[in-house]
Design a protein around this ligand. Sequence first.
Ligand SMILES: NC(=O)c1ccc[n+]([C@@H]2O[C@H](COP(=O)([O-])OP(=O)(O)OC[C@H]3O[C@@H](n4cnc5c(N)ncnc54)[C@H](O)[C@@H]3O)[C@@H](O)[C@H]2O)c1
Ligand SMILES: [Zn+2]
Length: 723
Amino acid sequence: MTKHSETPRQQIEALRSEIEHHEYLYYVEDAPVLTDAQYDKLMNRLKALEAEHPELITPESPTQRVGGKVKEGFAKVAHSRPMLSLDNAYNEEEFRAWAQRVQDSLHANDTLRFVCEFKLDGLSLALHYGPAEHGGAKLLRGLTRGDGTTGEDVTSNVRTMKSVPLTISAAKLKAAGLPQTFEVRGEVVMPQAAFMKLNQEREAAGQSPAANPRNAAAGTLRTVEPSIVAQRRLDLYAYFLLDGDGEFLLPYQSEALAALKAAGFRTNANSATVDSVDAVLEFIAAAEQRRDTLGYEIDGIVIKVDSVQQQRRLGFTGKAPRWAVAYKFPARGAVTRLNDVLFQIGRSGKLTPVAALEPVPIGGITVARATLHNPDEIARLGVRIGDYVAVERGGDVIPKITEVVEDKDHPRGTREIVFPARCPRCKQPIVKPEGEIDFRCVNASCPARLSEELLHYASRGVMNIEGLGESMVAQLMGHALNEPTSLSEVEAAEQPGAPLDPIAAEMAATDEETTADEPTRKALVRTVADLYKLTEADLVALERVGAKTAQSLLQQIERSKQAPLYRVILGLGIRHVGERTAQDLANTFGSLDAIMAASEDELVQAEGIGPVVAKTIVEWFTISSNRALVEALRAAGLQFTAEKKVVGTALAGKTFVLTGTLPTLTREEAKEKIEAAGGKVSGGVSKRTSYVVAGEDAGSKLDKARDLNVPVLDEAALLELLA
Ligand SMILES: NC(=O)c1ccc[n+]([C@@H]2O[C@H](COP(=O)([O-])OP(=O)(O)OC[C@H]3O[C@@H](n4cnc5c(N)ncnc54)[C@H](O)[C@@H]3O)[C@@H](O)[C@H]2O)c1
Ligand SMILES: [Zn+2]
């Protein structure tokens, strides 16, 4: 926050460093803490201050440059021409002012046409195409915007996206009027349905949900694991067409959109070419009406001058073209009352405060909950129960409280939000460890934590045990569901004379209804390893569990014994150890025993393991109950070893194409072996293919290999090469 006693220079500097911090979280970490509207407010304040004090503008100011940075771990590639940002207009007046400036910069008798396009809320991508056989074109490279001048090479991830054509035939190029070398720019978005699914999976795996589809798309495109990208749906909408030198290929933007479509790219069907400012405003109003029905997020409308000749005359500022503007829709928000605060206990024991709101419709959905993150956020907002709060929803599924509203219609609340002193579930003291932001229940056998652990263990990304959902977990634990407990319940419980344990009271009530003759249910499962001791008799004794359900659950549990080591590691639920880290650990150490025996120094030697993670891992294995869990899992027969995976160099630079059915290896196995030796596997045979590996019923790829004189291997020859 900037104080008014500060000099303009101090205010500007404070704002810049605040903005840079949020840009880092947004562009590099893909995990913003501000809503876009909050960020835009900071940026506009900086712009206003710089306008008053132009002598303080520096080229490094966030107002002067594109906000991204290139993430470590990707090759950096220079763009053919800079990938820029867009200037914004927030209302009709600002848009009209932009259009007037455009008109004024052109000749008086020039006719102006505008192309209106949806402003898709994703990240931009540049695709480079070059000549392929028979006069066609093929994808050479995919680059993110990066810092605008240099992008991240994400080609292997882009190849998994179905809406990106990998090859374009000569006939298609001809129909679209494209040469063999060209560049396409467009927006990568994650459809809302895919976003919801991703977040459900993340939550089931105990990971924090992605903030919004834009950040989820950016995070996905920039993972170093193409198979992860392939599992999630990303769509590319193309909107710019450049020649091999980075110049616009066609004289009109409207023609470029049509040509892209003809060449087989996905373009957004909702664009329109219009010839007046009023028509643009009509387009904007109509689009805003449809905003919540599209299935993907848009945050405004991009208006571009259609004629490239006119665009050239208008030119660029350092950061954005003058010939285009983004009309931003207002943030979707509402004011409602904070009725209560709920506390959700996570797998690590962390207490997350959740706002229980008076339900209010925002952008097509009814919002009744909002995250309050942690005690610091509550302090920052200064919010009390009974307050009216402004709630905003970006592309976010989890709405945010942005501020407390106070005026004559919205009096302040009076109840302070206090964290409970004892865990609402296990009644053990809640602590706030030194230097940490969050409150935690540190009781390792807290039922709330155990139920989250079991759900994590059973989740898709871990052991994938179908049928072990929330209600089954609750039954196995002989407990109620791990539902958040509200502050009101906690306070009522702490009053003299009130029932001591609201959960116990709730359980007694449900028990009465369902199993009146057996008031205390015995817990069948006290640790994850207890799952492997369950019998059919145990399960059919539960409510609403028949023999069939019981057998299928037992089968699923049995099957989990075959899960590879990295999933066992994930299943242990060690803090900071996600899928990639677990894979890195398994690949480097080859067994759980080796990981347990490793020192912090040895752990940090492994790829992808930093000092914090190494410390957490070592600490985790020193706790006796954790070691007991490991031994119980070993006794149950889980996979404790894996092949060490050292990426070799034997096949470095060699490209393989697999075709037909091999006698013993599956495609996936053959691919893994080749990649482990440093080779690459691609889909199509070309002159540059080093070897084609052919099995039974090999098809046209084998013919093509013979045509091109590419050596053909059978499985035995491949294995020989690998050895
Ligand atoms: N919440 C935060 O903390 C935070 C931090 C930094 C940035 N941001 C958000 O990012 C914005 C700034 O990001 P930016 O510089 O990418 O600008 P921008 O997203 O406002 O506009 C430029 C981008 O629009 C995209 N775009 C979508 N549809 C398009 C179309 N049809 N034609 C052309 N381009 C199209 C392109 O990717 C282009 O790069 C801010 O306004 C803010 O909303 C938020
Ligand atoms: Zn507890």
